[in-house]
Design a protein around this ligand. Structure first.
Ligand code: WQD
Length: 344
């Protein structure tokens, strides 16, 4: 009997890649998504890769009654992976209240409904932004959580505290918190990838849209940081490597491999790359030039962050395998596929 997993935000970028890996691992997947930053056609891509079309319901996790009904319709759900959230640093600075409402209320609804639904655990999609600008790099899970530099980062910190307090209050479920660094790239089949609605906020979709001619020029937000070339440093992790870590985390939780009711893992490569180095790596690995210019800093950006992934490597037995260069090629192949499909 396949174990059933609820994936919120499952038609999104990381969610869809995780659904594919969950299916490959033998899980049955139920997706809910409000389609605010994704398209229902993603289900076609998932089905093309796995041969299995996951159950999908358009549902906003802010709708607690709707969530409760869904969980009653699917009594066999044993685990949840919660991706559904607003996720753009810059945008959150411009419009904090919708970020606080969406990113916090959705989690509260899920946690309140889990005991009654008999769900054993929740994997939570967190972010390295909870560290703010770390004092020590590479950053480990026990690094002090510093004041977030954006409302988005603050919602992730608050989410983690809510989960921690709830678990310690003795609820009958576990949680694994996964702190992503910067997910990039697309599935090697180019059937799914990153496709934000509107103007991309994240670097790679804007970069590939510039490379293919949709955008005129990529703006590099600052080159006056204390880094090797003045542009910000991030730890860019292949989205499929990241998705695989979620399956390992779910297996770990549902098989009670650990006595800990709450665990936290950094998911990164351990390698820091600057924005300008990334542009150069893209141009070298694809042969395609990216018109770009240096502009002012973006509010809310931190200067440099990259992971110490040893805890995940050792405890989960998981390591990021794909290089940034190979990952950038998958992002470019996806952008070209979108052009072929007339989507962009
Ligand atoms: C990366 C770098 C920008 C766009 C956030 C979240 C993280 C994750 C990814 C969800 C920064 C620079 C960007 C552009 C640029 N969210 N940049 N020009 O802000 O590091 O991380 O998104 O999974 O949790 O914190 O990602 O891609 O926006 O920016 O120069 O047009 O690229 O300044 O240095 P970020 P990003």
């Amino acid at each position: 009997m396949k174990q059933k997993i609820l994936v919120t935000g499952g038609t999104g970028y990381i969610g869809s890649h995780t659904v594919v890996e969950l299916q490959a691992a033998g899980y049955e997947v139920v997706i809910i998504d409000n389609l605010s930053n994704s398209n229902v056609e993603v289900l076609d891509g998932i089905e093309k890769i796995s041969g299995i079309r996951p159950y999908f319901k358009e549902l906003d996790c802010n709708d607690k009654a709707g969530l409760s009904l869904l969980l009653k319709e699917h009594p066999g759900i044993k685990g949840i992976i919660h991706f559904a959230a607003s996720k753009a640093v810059g945008e959150s600075v411009q419009m904090p209240l919708p970020y606080y409402r969406n990113n916090i209320v959705t989690l509260l609804n899920l946690l309140e409904l889990m005991p009654e639904a008999g769900i054993k655990g929740i994997v939570f999609s967190s972010s390295c932004t909870v560290y703010g600008q770390p004092d020590v790099l590479p950053v480990t899970e026990d690094a002090p959580v510093k004041p977030a530099l954006s409302p988005y980062g603050n919602t992730k910190q608050i989410n983690e505290e809510i989960i921690r307090d709830t678990i310690y209050a003795g609820v009958p479920f576990k949680s694994i918190i996964l702190r992503y660094f910067n997910p990039i790239g697309a599935h090697p089949s180019a059937e799914i990838g990153e496709l934000p609605n509107g103007v991309p906020q994240n670097l790679i979709p804007f970069l590939t849209q510039t490379a293919i001619g949709i955008r005129k020029e990529l703006s590099v937000f600052g080159d006056d940081y204390d880094t090797v070339d003045g542009s910000c440093v991030r730890d860019y992790i292949n989205v499929v490597d990241l998705a695989k870590a979620h399956v390992i985390a779910m297996d770990r939780m549902l098989s009670d491999k650990s006595d800990d009711k709450l665990e936290v893992f950094n998911l990164g490569t351990g390698r820091g790359v600057t924005v300008l180095e990334l542009i150069n790596a893209f141009e070298k690995s694809t042969g395609v030039k990216v018109p770009h210019k240096i502009v002012g800093r973006r509010e809310g950006d931190i200067e440099k962050v990259w992971a110490n992934p040893e805890h995940a490597n050792k405890v989960l037995g998981w390591t990021a395998k794909e290089t940034v260069e190979d990952t950038l090629v998958t992002a470019w192949n996806w952008q070209k596929r979108l052009r072929e499909k007339g989507i962009q």
